[in-house]
Design a protein around this ligand. Sequence first.
Ligand code: HEC
Length: 99
Amino acid sequence: MALFALGGSLLGACGSGSAGTVPKAPAGDPELVLGQSVFADHCARCHGSSGRGGAGPRLAGEEIDVDVVRSGRRGMPAFGSKLDDQQLEAAAAYVAAVL
Ligand code: HEC
């Protein structure tokens, strides 16, 4: 199983988006831009590139419970050791505001 090859790619993501086909965050909002990249890299494969659900439930427009993301729940993997609080909050903000 492939490990997440994230490393420094968040900060190096300028321009040629690692973001794939997920909806674009407003460029002027650094938190949402970070959240877009976190979502694209870690969440879209299960929750769908628009957050409308897939292997995981629909998230689009929902208030995200960051504790579920941090600790995991049933089929939802724990991200607490992969993503820091800033990344988790950014992903939650992106899901609520952009998707
Ligand atoms: C391996 C597939 C997978 C990945 C990757 C994944 N999820 Fe999930 N997620 C799930 C599943 C399955 C559930 C349903 C868990 C349950 O039944 O309790 C879920 C549940 C959730 C929930 C709770 C939804 C609710 O209605 O209570 C949130 C919030 C969530 N995911 C956010 C995220 C975020 C943010 C990411 C990226 C950092 C992510 N998920 C990545 C599969 C995934």
